[in-house]
Design a binder for this molecule. Structure first.
Ligand SMILES: C[S@@+](CC[C@H](N)C(=O)[O-])C[C@H]1O[C@@H](n2cnc3c(N)ncnc32)[C@H](O)[C@@H]1O
Length: 241
């Protein structure tokens, strides 16, 4: 009797082990469609629970944690001298970039917002108040550009397609070869969140890329699977300046 029980136990343990091993192996190779569904479902949950709202050194920052690591990689690799950011909000992202520049030992930020908000004070951050595509603001931004300066641009203001397209047209020439033009929140309008937003950053990117040979969509920057900026990491590959 004892022998039978021992055998039965051994058998079920081995079977269980086999089932677990098969399941784990399956997880390693989730097929394409199921994989994308899993990513999108998590993305929707993350967005719905406002997990993109948290603080950087006590200041509100509206970025996904995965994207912050991507920003860190891009900034460390490309070492821009200047980051132009359209859309300051509370200044959390500007402060994040300033802290990275502190660690690198160079670089400054120009951040623009239509509303005058009291962002955190930091000697690398310059605040401009006005509409990102207005003549006055563009004049002020140009005064920060200098010969040989490596420039990166982030578009994170009004996410309506028309505004993003205007910003793309106004700012793309300022980006240096090898540096990035990042279009934020292309996940809106059902890509995969905020289904009823209407044409937004993703649609602006599509139209911009149809008529532009200076940039490529760098999908490698989406390696963490969760990004607010699908197809939004645009790398300047050659400069016609
Ligand atoms: C998404 S928030 C910016 C988030 C911030 N970059 C961060 O990561 O924490 C967008 C900001 O853009 C500003 N904004 C909206 N339309 C604008 C425009 N046309 N020009 C400049 N700023 C604008 C809003 O006032 C708002 O503070």
């Amino acid at each position: 009797m004892d022998e039978i029980i021992r055998r039965l136990r051994r058998f079920s343990f081995e079977k269980l082990f086999r089932v677990v091993r098969t399941t784990l192996n399956k997880e390693k190779n989730i097929p394409g469609r199921e994989r994308q569904e899993t990513i999108d479902n998590f993305h929707k949950l993350f967005f719905q629970d406002r997990c993109d709202r948290f603080k950087w050194f006590g200041v509100d920052i509206i970025k996904y944690p995965t994207d912050l690591i991507t920003y860190q990689e891009i900034i460390y690799e490309t070492k821009p001298d200047l980051i132009i950011e359209c859309g300051t909000n509370q200044g959390g992202s500007a402060l994040f970039f300033a802290h990275l520049f502190d660690l690198i030992g160079r670089g400054e930020i120009v951040t623009i917002d239509i509303y005058n908000k009291n962002g955190p004070k930091h000697n690398r951050i310059n605040y401009l108040n006005g509409k990102s595509t207005s003549r006055e603001i563009l004049e002020q931004v140009k005064s920060f550009l200098g010969k040989g300066k490596r420039v990166m641009v982030i578009l994170d203001s009004d996410h309506d397609k028309n505004n993003v397209l205007k910003e793309l047209k106004a700012y793309n020439k300022m980006v240096s070869e090898g540096c990035y033009l990042i279009v934020e929140d292309s996940n809106m309008n059902g890509h995969p969140v905020h289904k009823n937003f209407g044409a937004g950053p993703m649609e602006a990117i599509e139209e911009f890329m149809e008529n532009n040979n200076d940039f490529e969509v760098d999908k490698t920057r989406e390696k963490f699977l969760l990004t607010a900026n699908p197809r939004g990491f645009l790398k300047k590959i050659k400069s016609k300046n």
